[in-house]
Design a protein around this ligand. Structure first.
Ligand SMILES: [Zn+2]
Length: 547
């Protein structure tokens, strides 16, 4: 799972009254042992945290390919192999070769890295940009919702300045998507740069705090294909920036409204501040150094049996990569981010779901693909590359189930199905859950925007009904989630020292199997619901179902 760490801190310690634990049916003990075997291998210190592009991750990939082979699946990567190699680029700003100057009416004066930060470029080794700035509200442009924060503003060749987040009152998954879609909107209007200033959530970040300078120091990483196309394709946008609070306020000097005033407008229910031109101009010079490398997706296929449906594919995926070693470990401290739950658990349960397909003795009607992704922790990169360069015809992928960071620490009795409510996949999830005594609950933490933070989202934006199942808050889940996200997530503590509930692990694998089996065997492929935002936006010509 790929969260912004700053989003997690507001979690308060959970306090739950003890309730009588519901009875949870035991899974097949052999299934629990198999899942345990996979997780114990993948989360071993020997794999050094499975960082994208590392030997540890490639050993893990080799293990998954061997398991696919042993199950009798077919390789479905590049050229009949198990692997699709993702070409990746890491870009860093060259020390001492980047500077930003600002002029508000008078002469240009240098701006420090604590005031304005900029991201390295993956496509331009040298950048020289001089541009004016325009405030564009939340920076949202969406015909379907009737929101166009760019209306009446000319931002061509300008740097757009926008507030993070989305107007209040929108459905949470749409709000999360709009928050993740701002670069595209800026490019669609011809902007040359984008500067997002903290939304309400971040409005108290003090000037000069680490995020602005770290914004420049962290490398940028994305895939870059033979044609030089990057997943980080920003169209006309050549630079993205971050400002300290004091600098953000300075950008509004002499403007029709202050930053505080537009923030107050945005804080009102449904508030959507209108944009206007800002007075400052920026002059940006930067040099980026590149390091190119590659990392594999592991891809397998179980051919379908129905001549009419076998050309269609249902995809199960889980990311195999994690964070690698701790950057600067304290002497004697645990130095490996093992990623036992994030996401050895998802891959292990995907392998168990694959085994269940084979062990049923009855091939699915549609073909089923199994993918162990890379680069998820770096920004959903492997899934995005596969979605842009699928090894089967893109139109043949008709549904997707993502297994990412199931919290297998308690006997879960409910799940949250991110993305399911938009399509007929909702019914498959509800039916499979009912058959196992597992309820489907609404998202209990919409502020986390989980819908856009895992690999399945890269398929939603390509028009494919795709879901992610999270183990729910019932039966002790809430306290486990709050503890995990607050204390364990993306630390060396996500290791085999946790009390993993192997029965819950087997049940999670079984549940995902039942959902994907239903999708693979149904007469009708998964269909977006009529009038659904994501279906209308990303699959406008696809057939529809009535909810
Ligand atoms: Zn993660």
């Amino acid at each position: 799972m790929s969260f912004s760490r700053s989003l997690l801190l507001p979690f308060a310690a959970a306090s739950l009254a003890a309730a009588p634990a519901p009875q949870v049916a035991p899974a097949d003990p052999a299934a629990a042992a198999r899942v345990r075997g996979h997780i114990e291998f993948l989360a071993d210190d020997l794999l050094e945290g499975r960082g994208t592009g590392t030997r540890g991750h490639e050993i893990a990939a080799s293990y998954v390919a061997s398991q696919f082979r042993a199950l009798g699946l077919q390789p479905a990567g590049d050229n009949g192999s198990w692997y699709q190699w993702v070409p990746l680029r890491r870009a860093r700003l060259v020390e001492g070769k980047s500077n930003i100057a600002m002029a508000t009416g008078g002469a240009f004066a240098p701006v420090s890295e604590f005031e304005l930060g900029l991201r390295p470029s993956l496509t331009e080794a040298r950048r020289e940009i001089e541009a004016g700035m325009v405030f564009v509200g939340h920076g949202i442009s969406d015909d379907r919702l009737g929101i166009n924060d760019y209306a009446g503003l000319d931002v061509r060749g300008k740097i757009v300045v926008l507030l993070g987040g989305a107007p209040s009152g929108l459905p949470t998954e749409i709000a999360a998507h709009l928050g993740a879609d701002k670069l595209r909107a800026a490019a669609a209007h011809g902007a040359v740069g984008m500067l997002e200033i903290g939304g309400r959530r971040n409005s108290d970040r003090p000037a000069g705090s680490p995020p602005v300078s770290l914004y420049s120091k962290r490398p940028a990483i994305d895939w870059i294909d033979k044609a030089g196309r990057s997943g980080d394709n920003m169209g006309s946008v050549r630079v993205t920036l971050s400002a300290s609070r004091a600098m953000a306020e300075r950008l509004f000097e002499g403007a029709p409204k202050s930053l505080d005033a537009v923030r107050a407008e945005a804080a009102a229910k449904g508030g959507r501040p209108r944009g206007f031109a800002l007075r400052p101009r920026l002059r940006i010079q930067s040099e980026s150094a590149w390091e190119d490398f590659r990392s594999p997706e592991v891809v397998a296929k179980l051919p379908g049996s129905d001549p009419r449906l076998a050309a269609e594919h249902i995809v199960l995926m889980g990311h195999l990569d994690h964070l690698g070693p701790v950057a600067n470990p304290k002497p004697g401290a645990d130095a490996v981010n093992n990623g036992a739950l994030d996401n050895a658990a998802g891959v292990a349960t995907m392998l168990e779901a694959a085994r269940a397909f084979v062990a049923s003795g009855k091939p699915p009607r549609r073909s089923v693909m199994f993918i162990a992704n890379t680069g998820e922790e770096l920004g959903l990169l492997g899934a995005d590359y596969f979605a842009a360069h699928p090894t089967v015809p893109a139109a043949s992928i008709v549904g997707l189930v993502d297994l990412d960071m199931p919290l297998l620490l308690y006997p879960f009795t409910d799940v949250i199905a991110f993305g399911a409510e938009h399509s007929t996949v909702a019914k498959a999830v509800a039916d499979a859950g009912r058959s196992m005594g597992v309820a489907v609950s609404p998202d209990p933490m919409p502020e986390e925007s989980i819908f856009v933070r895992s690999d399945h989202y890269r398929f939603v934006t390509r028009g494919i009904p795709a879901i992610l199942l999270m183990t729910g808050f019932a039966n002790g889940g809430e306290a486990q989630w709050k503890h995990f996200l607050g204390k364990v997530y993306h630390t060396p503590g996500d290791d085999l020292g946790q009390k993993i509930d192997w029965n819950a692990a087997a049940r999670y694998g079984e549940l995902n199997y039942r959902i994907s089996r239903t999708l693979a065997d149904a007469d009708q492929r998964p269909l977006w619901y009529r009038g659904d935002y994501f279906g209308d936006r990303f699959a406008p010509t696809a057939p529809r179902a009535t909810p």
